[in-house]
Design a protein. Structure first.
Length: 153
């Protein structure tokens, strides 16, 4: 990688240092490296309104994770495959019935050796929360992109 002369030194360090650990960013070195993509399928059905799916990883460092979610099955099909950056809570084409509004959310939490995908689905009736799940069943795919940050933080 070419050195473009851009450096951000850590607090108390100087940009004349030749030690990579003294920098938060140095254009001489690749700073963000893509490691892998993991895809998880989650079905939202009438049998449960929330859940957690654990996605393990085997790194000796704490990764940067970017997550997307897309509706891949269920009516209406016009809205399938639209990706939403997580945390996500507004999905086109998701509904309960005529008198309820769907509230569906996806988020994730990074642990030492895994990522927890946390989702919940409720129907909202004029400001009151109902325990009903959506009228339609829907399938979602969650895409997790794992990156390594090589410099110090």
């Amino acid at each position: 990688m070419a050195d473009y002369g851009m450096k951000i030194a850590k607090a108390g360090k100087n940009t004349s240092s030749t030690t990579i650990g003294d920098y938060s960013f140095w254009s001489k070195y690749p700073s963000l490296t893509f490691m892998e993509k993991k895809t998880v399928q989650i079905s939202v059905t009438g049998s449960g309104c929330s859940g957690t799916t654990n996605v393990p990883f085997d790194y000796d460092f704490f990764p940067l994770v970017i997550g997307y979610v897309a509706k891949t099955a269920g009516n209406p099909t016009d809205y399938n495959n639209q990706k939403y950056l997580m945390p996500a809570n507004e999905f086109a084409g998701i509904s309960c019935d005529l008198f309820h509004e769907q509230s569906l959310s996806f988020t994730y939490q990074i642990n030492d050796d895994s990522v927890d995908i946390i989702w919940s689905s409720i129907c909202i009736d004029m400001g009151d929360l109902s325990e009903e799940c959506p009228v339609e069943n829907a399938t979602f795919e969650v895409y997790l992109y794992f990156y390594m940050w090589e410099m110090g933080s």
